[in-house]
Design a protein around this ligand. Structure first.
Ligand SMILES: *[C@@H]1O[C@H](CO)[C@@H](O)[C@H](O)[C@H]1NC(C)=O
Ligand SMILES: *[C@@H]1O[C@H](CO)[C@@H](O)[C@H](O)[C@H]1NC(C)=O
Ligand SMILES: *[C@@H]1O[C@H](CO)[C@@H](O)[C@H](O)[C@H]1NC(C)=O
Ligand SMILES: *[C@@H]1O[C@H](CO)[C@@H](O)[C@H](O)[C@H]1NC(C)=O
Ligand SMILES: *[C@@H]1O[C@H](CO)[C@@H](O)[C@H](O)[C@H]1NC(C)=O
Length: 444
């Protein structure tokens, strides 16, 4: 249940990397994407798509809240009628806008006029400032304007052609935080090709090669986030709780196997993360560095865990390897959980998904700590009440050995005191018990 919420949140947020606005009438749609590196630097390339019926004479999009001082982009049919001409202009009052050649705009592949639709995929490398204004690429309510003119095609390759006045226009706001994601050099290509109305033999062959990176990046990022969250928020804490709360023969090996499998999952996640960081140039970010430290730090766990187990079998209690195993594990997994939040931030996710991750992960972490605390307090009470010279008490995995211990196997929460070194049966117990080891929880 919690798990499915987590999956749902991650699934919806990872793909939220464009923002679309469609005009109330006319069937014109505008989509914006801000690549991850642009969002984190607040400068760099942004992408937008202008899409509308070819019955439009021209379609326009502008950065800004009114015509005056806006950075405007117009598309109209070129002279051949198969592609669009892209013209960038500066809004000057209500007069016809003047051509502006300083905006670094490029018409990308996937653009064209097919099946009665005009599509322009545009990269702007210089859209954070223009003569007359600027745009903050992390603004959650950025100002844009739109306009179109229906009627006969302009059919010109001239970027400075005079344009008849619009029939409809309006304002819109894009939440650029929700538009942030990916590192594609042409993020709308996949969508344009996939749309049945724009399928054409000429564009599908040329686009096939470029379609990969964007969708692969998103898929890998999704898998990276899901596997890491599953490992750190669910599987590692479950594995740690399991050895405290359960009791059966070979539990310790189940714990070891569970943790090793989880480690393999998060190791795979690290591999994907490294690829993502290289592609999006984010290897120097806190999230990436902490991620590597966490996965590296976890390598100590099997070593201290095995040392604890071997020493335990010889001396029969918590030993020099026990505390490092428990506390290092808790610390490093906690760091891993926190790093998930940093990762969501880095991928330009919505505040909503960050909060939801925080709530789910925080809940799991508190539950974990709560069980540790309860176990500690209960073992304290037990040890005060009775016969434990060493200040710690084992859990019920000892129940099976000594006749004088009541049967509490049915209740895994019931603890039995076990006085290390004072039991005449200790050695025989140790020899016979195989891997039924007291939970390391005894040392809280
Ligand atoms: C339209 O022009 C762009 C930029 O030159 C190009 O990448 C695209 O393939 C063209 N589309 C068609 C249908 O020719
Ligand atoms: C970017 O915009 C600024 C301000 O309008 C302009 O001075 C500069 O030449 C532009 N750069 C490019 C590469 O278009
Ligand atoms: C851009 O917006 C973000 C969030 O709205 C803000 O934290 C940041 O300071 C702004 N940057 C600039 C240069 O205004
Ligand atoms: C925008 O993102 C949504 C969700 O991932 C996707 O379905 C849609 O095709 C994208 N739109 C464009 C124009 O790329
Ligand atoms: C943007 O940030 C990336 C790292 O995230 C860095 O490699 C790149 O040089 C930055 N670009 C600019 C224009 O600052």
């Amino acid at each position: 249940m919690r798990f499915s919420i987590l999956l749902g949140v991650l699934a919806s947020s990872v793909y939220a990397q464009n923002q679309t606005y469609c005009t109330p009438e006319g069937g014109v749609c505008y989509t914006v994407n801000v690549p991850v590196s642009t969002a984190s630097n607040n400068t760099g390339d942004i992408y937008f798509q202008i899409r509308g019926p070819s019955t439009m004479s021209w379609i326009g999009l502008g950065q800004g809240s009114s015509m005056t001082g806006s950075n405007l982009f117009f598309i109209y049919a070129d002279s051949a009628g198969t592609n669009v001409t892209l013209s960038s202009r500066l809004g000057i009052g209500n007069k016809a806008p003047a051509i502006d050649s300083t905006a670094g705009i490029t018409l990308l592949s996937g653009s064209g006029i097919t099946n009665d639709m005009m599509v322009a995929n545009i990269r702007c490398s210089n859209c954070s400032t223009w003569r007359g204004g600027s745009m903050n690429f992390t603004d959650d309510s950025s100002d844009w304007i739109w306009a179109f003119k229906t009627g006969s095609s302009i059919s010109s390759d001239n970027m400075d052609v005079s344009l008849p006045i619009h029939n409809d226009c309006g304002k819109m706001h894009f939440n650029l935080q929700n538009a942030a994601g990916g590192s594609s050099a042409n993020p709308f290509l996949t969508a344009a090709v996939a749309s049945p109305s724009s399928l054409s033999t000429s564009s599908s062959s040329s686009s096939a090669g470029e379609e990969g990176p964007a969708s692969a990046f998103n898929a890998v990022r999704m898998a990276h986030g899901l596997s890491a969250a599953m490992g750190f928020v669910l599987l590692f804490p479950f594995g740690a709780l399991g050895i405290r709360l359960l009791s059966f023969k070979n539990l310790v090996w189940c714990h070891a196997g569970w943790m090793v499998c989880t480690y393999i999952i998060v190791l795979g996640s690290l591999g994907m993360g490294v690829w993502l960081a290289v592609v999006a140039q984010q290897i120097g970010t806190t999230h990436a560095i902490v991620g590597i430290v966490v996965i590296g730090g976890l390598l100590l766990q099997p070593v201290t865990g095995l040392a604890h187990h071997l020493l335990y079998k010889r001396v029969g209690g918590p030993n020099v390897a026990t505390y490092p195993h428990i506390w290092w594990g808790r610390a490093i997994i906690t760091l891993g959980i926190i790093n998930g939040g940093l990762g969501l931030q880095l991928s330009g996710n919505t505040t909503y998904s960050e909060i939801t991750y925080g709530v789910v992960a925080g809940f799991m972490w508190l539950l974990w700590m709560f069980v540790i605390l309860v176990a500690f307090i209960t073992s304290r009470e037990k040890s005060e009440a009775g016969n434990d010279d060493f200040g710690f008490v084992s859990y019920n995995s000892y129940n099976s050995y000594a006749g004088n211990l009541e049967d509490s196997r049915s209740n895994s929460w019931t603890r039995q005191s076990y006085s290390v070194g004072h039991s005449p049966n200790r050695q025989s117990y140790l020899n016979s018990v195989h891997d039924a080891e007291p939970k390391v929880a005894v040392v809280f």
